[in-house]
Ligand binder design. Structure first.
Ligand code: AHR
Length: 500
């Protein structure tokens, strides 16, 4: 059976915020060390930043980059990470049972963003696990005050005369999780988040703040957590965070392929909770969503990996090697984010390099693209503009976790110049899916390109030995005639169809 939908510029979801294509650099494993930063690497610049990685980061099209954690931030002392490198202390990182050398710190992070280009924006997390209001304020002053105070002058003394201008801040990380250093109840966290937010706004009323939501929809405290935290912080924050990772569990590949069903319901449930609190407070303000950790992550094996560590520096951790199937699920997660662009105004792919990442590196060796690199780069490049409201009429299949799920998952974005890009995933493992799209009121004459990520072997991957085994390929036969787009979507495929 054919999958169908209609595109009509009169029916839209909302503008895509460029921050939807954010990512995340945590002091975890080799994301920083031998990932973005490797002094002595053949491509490293004077600052120790790998140019081969920087080029891939630019090609990926990332915008906001969240830093420095993640779980790491709950033990983070920002003072350790600034000033002369030789004076910076080595510290235990309790979150990842590793030793943090602080060779890369706040100034290096800002330099990294600058080298990516103007599209890169800082998104800095403060430690609300083991620290509080005072340290958050000190960090804000060090980073953002122009000059003439102890901390702003210290920054200048450290070589950074110009303030960093960090606008977007996360108030801690995953404070609902018992694994978090300094884990809190919703009431405790709501209070400290509100106090910190109030103080940070005293310093700068223009800051944008993200309160911690749940670290997963399956958390026992989910929704009650958001409601309690927002009751304290509603007028003081702009976003609430969501985190979600997906993997096939117990061999249940069909449910894994439908992971975006969970992601969409998570988003919709958080929106409902935010709006419920807003209604109770009789507020006109809307809280937006910062989906600041999302990805495919083979998490089940992580706990054992971490427990076995004896405080090494930059160990190989969470280095998942993604297959074509993983990239198709990943593409579907991107579609889910775009489909909710009206409320999801920040999203960060966790993470950027080596750690559950689209970019991999070898110390002293090359950098290469994982399969997941391609959907992200294409979505960031062509997914800018207005999301059109796509309601699919699709054949379905049965899943253990989500019941009946659509085989087609799709969205479409109309750029400012009127061109339209359709992003579509066929979840069927065995059958091609015929697609028929009615184009109403859109001045479109031709198919510019239909590109697909699919492979006869859905387990194909890019590796150090074979870094270019998988890449998107052009698809023939896609046509636009008499206001109808017709295409065939290969089994288990991520598709980008560009129309003008
Ligand atoms: O991204 C890896 C980890 O996942 C982060 O440190 C934490 O916030 C989440 O649990």
């Amino acid at each position: 059976r054919t999958a169908r939908f209609t595109l009509d510029p009169a029916f839209t979801v909302g503008e895509v915020n460029p921050r939807l294509f954010g990512s995340f650099v945590e002091h975890l494993g080799r994301c920083v060390y031998t990932g973005v930063f490797e002094p002595g690497h053949p491509t490293a610049d004077d600052a120790g930043l790998r140019q081969d990685v920087l080029e891939l980061v630019r090609e990926l099209g990332v915008t906001a980059i969240r830093y420095p954690g993640g779980n790491f931030v709950s033990g983070y002392k920002w003072e350790d990470s600034v000033g002369p490198v030789e004076d910076r202390p080595r510290r235990l990182d309790l979150a990842w049972r590793s030793t943090e050398t602080n060779r890369f710190g706040l100034s290096e992070y800002i330099a990294f963003l600058k080298k990516i280009g103007p599209q890169a924006e800082p998104m800095m997390a403060v430690n609300l696990g083991t620290r509080g209001v005072a340290e958050a304020l000190e960090l804000q002053e060090y980073a953002n005050h122009p000059s003439g105070t102890a901390l702003s002058d210290l920054r200048a003394e450290h070589g950074d005369k110009d303030p960093f201008g960090i606008r977007l801040w996360c108030l801690g990380n995953e404070m609902d999780g018992p694994w978090q250093t300094g884990h809190k109840t919703a009431e405790e966290y709501g209070r400290i988040a509100a106090e910190t937010a109030r103080a940070m706004r005293q310093f700068d009323p223009g800051v944008e703040l993200v309160a911690c939501g749940s670290s997963g929809q399956s958390m026992e405290t989910f929704a009650e957590w958001e409601a309690t935290v927002l009751k304290e912080t509603y007028d003081l924050v702009d976003h609430i965070s969501l985190h979600a990772y997906y993997e096939p569990l117990d061999g249940d590949v069909d449910s894994f392929l439908a992971s975006a069903v969970d992601m969409e319901s998570f988003i919709e449930n958080v929106v409902a909770t935010c709006d419920h609190v807003g209604a109770r407070l009789k507020s006109k303000k809307k809280i937006n969503l910062s989906f600041d950790e999302w990805n495919v992550w083979y998490m089940a094996k992580t706990q054992a990996e971490v427990s076995a560590l004896d405080w090494p520096e930059a160990p190989r951790l969470l280095e998942d090697n993604y297959s074509v199937m993983d990239a198709v699920v990943f593409g579907s997660l991107l579609i889910a984010l775009l489909r909710h662009a009206d409320r999801v105004t920040v999203a960060c792919l966790a993470q950027l390099v080596n750690v559950i990442a689209p970019i991999m590196t070898e110390p002293g060796g090359p950098a290469w693209r994982q399969t997941t690199f391609f959907p992200f780069a294409q979505a960031s490049r062509y997914g800018r503009g207005e999301v059109l409201d796509v309601r699919v009429d699709s054949p379905t299949y049965e899943t253990r976790k989500y019941g009946e799920a659509d085989l087609l998952h799709a969205t479409a974005v109309r750029a400012e110049d009127g061109t339209v890009t359709v992003f579509a995933v066929n979840r069927s493992r065995t059958e091609a899916l015929p697609l028929d799209v009615a184009l109403n009121g859109l001045d479109l004459a031709e198919v510019v390109e239909h590109s697909a990520l699919a492979d006869a072997d859905p387990d194909a991957r890019n590796t150090l030995a074979e870094p270019e085994r998988v890449a998107p390929h052009p698809v023939d036969g896609t046509a636009l005639t008499d206001g109808r787009l017709t295409a065939s979507l290969e089994p288990l495929s991520w598709n980008v169809i560009r129309l003008r």
